[in-house]
Design a protein around this ligand. Structure first.
Ligand code: GSH
Length: 200
């Protein structure tokens, strides 16, 4: 009789979450065995026992410690891989993209999508318009940045691209038009062509 070895990582997630998708993409890119537990966000009691913020994603690390915040999970998984090279200055630059994604980029791209999914598009029209404007400002910045390089930190795909492309890819679901950003579109195409990339 064969005993099935336990997967070293367990990911608690919800289906539509971009932050959870980032973690799945990272696990796939690195070929790390894992199991997924897909929750319903109404399952507050279960979430409270897993995450101090009652949010997903939560990754149970190999030693059983729960890790919250998608950026922290990505760094934990990617250590020692080409997604997070050891060169200290490059590593710091990659982290700076992860912090920027969380502090600036993701909110104006993710919230209009969330409001649309909830059916709040009319009720929150003014807020959505302001968020789209802010999102467009970040997309223009990315357009200029990516005009001169294939990936955010240069020639190689890293955790910076993995983390930052997720809500850019999903932005049209929130009504953001990406057609004015050809360098961003080409960057997305390069990332989506990776063998391990999978749609949400
Ligand atoms: N900064 C956090 C954001 C996590 C987050 O907002 N998760 C959402 C799903 S994408 C969630 O669990 N929302 C439930 C809630 O806030 O009640 C991360 O990157 O992990």
């Amino acid at each position: 009789m064969s005993m099935k070895a336990a997967a070293p990582y367990r990911l608690y997630e919800t289906a539509p979450s971009g932050n959870c998708w980032k973690v799945r993409l990272c696990l796939a890119e690195l070929g790390l065995p894992h199991e997924r537990v897909t929750l319903d966000l109404t399952d507050r009691e279960r979430l409270a026992g897993l995450s101090r913020h009652r949010r997903v994603p939560v990754l149970i690390a190999a030693d059983g410690r729960p890790i919250v915040e998608s950026a922290a999970i990505l760094v934990y998984l990617a250590r020692g891989s080409s997604l997070l090279p050891e060169t200290p200055s490059l590593q710091a630059e990659i982290l700076s993209w992860l912090f920027w994604e969380q502090a600036d980029l993701s909110k104006p791209l993710a919230l209009p999508r969330f409001f649309r999914r909830m059916g709040w598009e009319q009720a929150r029209a003014a807020e959505i318009a302001a968020l789209r404007q802010e999102g467009a400002r970040h997309l223009s910045f990315l357009e200029n940045w990516l005009a001169g390089r294939p990936y955010l930190t240069g020639a190689e795909y890293t955790l910076a691209d993995l983390a930052c492309h997720v809500y850019v890819h999903l932005a049209p679901e929130g009504g953001q038009d990406l057609s004015a950003y050809p360098a961003v579109g080409a960057w997305l195409d390069r990332i989506r062509a990776r063998p391990a990339w999978q749609p949400l």
